[in-house]
Design a protein around this ligand. Sequence first.
Ligand SMILES: Nc1ncnc2c1ncn2[C@@H]1O[C@H](COP(=O)(O)OP(=O)(O)OP(=O)(O)O)[C@@H](O)[C@H]1O
Length: 594
Amino acid sequence: MADSKKTFFDISKVRRVFQYAAPYKKKFYLSVVLAILLALITPVRPMLIQLTVDEYITHSVPRMVIFVTLIQLVIILIETAMRFSFSFTTAWLGQAVVKDMRDTIYKKILRLNLRQFDRTPIGTLTTRTINDIESINEIFSDGLIPIIADLLSILCVLLYMFWIDWRLTLIALIPFPIMIIATYYFKESINRSFFKVRNAVAALNAFVQEHLSGMSVVQAFHAEKKEFEKFNTINRQHRDANIRSIFAYSVFFPVIEIVLALSIGLVIWYTAREALELKQGQQGVIVSFILCLNLLFRPLRMLADKFNTVQMGIIASDRVFSVMDNPDTDVPPAGGYRDPEHRVAGVVDFDRVSFAYIEEKWVLKELSFHIRQGETVAIVGHTGSGKTTITNLLNRFYTIQKGTIRVDDRDIRSLSPEYLRKNIGVVLQDVFLFSGSVLDNITLRNPNISKEQVIAAAKMIDMHDFIMRLPGGYDYNVKERGATLSLGQRQLLSFIRALLYAPSILILDEATSSIDTESELLIQKATETLVKGRTSIVIAHRLSTIRKADKIMVLDKGVLVEMGTHEELMQQNGFYARLHKMQFEQQEARPASA
Ligand SMILES: Nc1ncnc2c1ncn2[C@@H]1O[C@H](COP(=O)(O)OP(=O)(O)OP(=O)(O)O)[C@@H](O)[C@H]1O
């Protein structure tokens, strides 16, 4: 709530949101002009009604009654057309702004440093991109411009009323303080419940999203009942928050009706009294005032709601701008070195590198090693020893705190990340597949890679026949009807991807388990094809890879404890030999469990 108060009239935020409407100036000015015209046309009908009653009905001029009624009809048609254009223009403006803002924020998210994704739950960024930006849309379609239009209409009607009879207007406005007080309490109450509803929706979203992803764990551990209870609690909070806001509306609208009835009653009472005293007709004024009061109350009733909408929009814009202004992007300020003509040779140096994801909790400590061009290096070590971290750092997904990482003798901090990453191919352990065809998942929709090239690469690692056996072959939708590919098959798809990008340096995180025999053999062969002729860093779990590696690096708690060939390290009978005994002898006994 404090947050909402702080940002309510933050003009700088409103201005910044409206900057996004700058490319659509014509639509913006059109909506302002329409708002003014609508305000000016609002008192015309009461005016004509008063004229009809006082002049033509009282003095029995039926021809003129029909004529003025026809004029009224035309005015109603014009007003309706203008109202339609106004609603359409403001909604159009909102949608155009929302589209541009979504593009901007998504572009920004794509460039954020990976560290940001460790800190911010994915759900939060989804909310920023979808829900918060939708609230900003409402600043245009239901908020600021409609508020200005309504206030102008109210002003015009009031001016007309004062012009007709200022005393009667003041009488009619006597019950207004009740309405102002009711509006204030309504606004506060709706605001509070709106926040609660929003939080409840976010909680529901997060809960369902997380638990659907982890459904196998829920079912495997028979946690359905507990999970349902948790869901039920959040669902109840959601219902209660909604009911609170429904209650506020249910009280507010009847109160406004009462105030309107009081005003009309006062107008009739006062004019009737005057008419009796002064013996003169006031029919036209009464009819016209009743219509004016209706025209006054209609926008007033919705004003509190619209103020809330603007307030929510401004709070949402604050959140969206905080993502847009996040300085932690991966593009170095000075651009960085690139050489589009040549690939890097693939010499890698880590020079006394220390790194911590979280301050002072060192994951890598004073790590130094040298990898020659074309060499295959296997990294082994216990889980959590820092193997994946080394590959993250080489890709510059994170920035090191101490030491230097060099590729071909150039500090990677001086290289453009795009150039660096173009030269590094990555095959992850758990390959993420986007919904789409096998082909799209291999090429990542890069138009420079033809289907023929993909087929040639697939043939190189014996995957072509497997893909052709899928329904639709290369067009098979990998996520269709939940028929996803196995871990090994997914990894093989990313082998094809790596082959196509022909990187100078290859990073391969071998899958540890659940690989069927066929995929295991294919992966072994594909690995041999892939590492040939390029510098390769393999986070190794397979004996075949480790034995054939030119060099094995043994990591323990972020420290390089041993380095050498398999034979050398076995002879040393140290950490590697023990690790080998523990992990790999068992594996050797059953090399490819199905
Ligand atoms: N994004 C992160 N934020 C904070 N800490 C992290 C992050 N990623 C990894 N760590 C921590 O850094 C340490 C090294 O992790 P890393 O993933 O490099 O180990 P690993 O040797 O590759 O392990 P595994 O064999 O299980 O994949 C671990 O203690 C881990 O908890």
